[in-house]
Design a protein around this ligand. Structure first.
Ligand code: SF4
Length: 315
């Protein structure tokens, strides 16, 4: 697989573009995830024409449409930022992004929870930075997360899983986007989807069953929308345990009583939080290889992202 194109707030790559001339280098993003990613850096404040260093800014006013104001001299950069954001989000379409990592808490780049101040100077609400808001409106289905939340192992695993699914979706669309390919895509993602949402898996299955009666564009938009909505729901130990039990069922006539007991013990240990998800997955993969279980071999759930990222060692 070629590297995945991901947008990123430029300061997270170590570029000295912050208001004070500093950066916010994030080593996980550059050194670990970066091995699999072609970063597309975006610094809204510098790219819209502001210098480095510059006066710090914050969001002020109506939480539904806040203004970007410099803190000391009260200069309003809202119109400049909005004009640039509209142009830049349209340009980003050609980069084939599979997601975006935003810098948290920034009045330009923060995707959620950014403080909004009232005219009296008190923090009265929270919202999105001006560029992040424009980006998410333009690309509503693209996985997006901020670097602060990516320090949480479950959120990190979820985000990275979604960007790899998005990439597989792009590959399917680029190949031909035909109904046959959608059936294969849906089949390959069965257990991954079930680990997030049985309801979404069932809904997507119905869409695939009626795919030939739908217009191609409508089918793709509908499927991708429901897919990304379902995958954004976290895969909990309970949901993963259900999937692991389904998969273990494929070997009920092949394993000895002792092997079956070991499998159950490992799944229970995962469910109870004693071992991470990678442990039952590794055992299952061993039997999938040994017995050449064709249907499971193709399941993305067993290999959703590169092992080197070690994401399932911590969930
Ligand atoms: S948070 Fe956004 S605007 Fe601020 S320095 Fe980083 S990339 Fe630039």
């Amino acid at each position: 697989m070629n590297k995945i194109a991901l947008g990123i707030s430029s300061c997270l790559l170590g570029n000295p573009v912050r208001y004070d001339g500093g950066h916010k280098l994030d080593h996980f993003l550059t050194d670990t995830l970066g091995q699999f990613v072609d970063w597309v850096p975006v610094c809204p404040e510098v790219e819209c024409g502001l210098p480095v260093p510059r006066e710090a800014m914050h969001l002020v006013g109506d939480p539904r449409d806040p203004r970007l104001i410099t803190i000391r001299t009260g200069k309003d950069h809202t119109a400049r930022m909005k004009r640039w954001a509209k142009k830049r989000t349209a340009e980003l379409e050609k980069d084939g992004l599979c997601g975006f990592v935003f810098k948290s808490r920034s009045p330009s780049s923060g995707m959620r929870g950014v403080k909004i101040y009232n005219e009296a100077g008190a923090s009265s609400a929270t919202g999105s930075g001006i560029f992040a808001h424009a980006f998410m409106k333009h690309f509503p289905l693209l996985p997006a997360e901020d670097e602060g939340r990516l320090h949480d192992p479950a959120l990190r695993e979820n985000f990275i899983e979604r960007i790899f699914v998005y990439r597989r979706w792009q590959d399917y669309i680029r190949k031909d986007g035909a109904v046959g390919g959608l059936v294969a895509f849906h089949t390959d993602h069965k257990y991954l989807l079930m680990a997030h949402s049985q309801k979404h898996y069932t809904g997507l299955g119905k869409m695939v069953a009626g795919a030939k009666k739908m217009r191609r564009g409508e089918l793709h938009a509908g499927y991708l929308g429901m897919l990304m909505e379902g995958l954004a729901l976290l895969a909990t130990p309970k949901k993963n345990t259900n999937v692991l039990q389904h998969m273990a069922g494929y070997f009920k006539d092949k394993l000895s009583a002792e092997e079956k007991q070991e499998m159950q013990e490992v799944i229970t240990s995962y469910h109870d939080g004693i071992v991470p998800l990678i442990v039952p997955i590794t055992l299952l993969k061993h039997y999938v290889r040994k017995y050449q279980e064709e249907y499971l071999t193709r399941q993305v759930y067993l290999n959703p992202h590169p092992l080197e990222l070690m994401l399932r060692n911590h969930v």
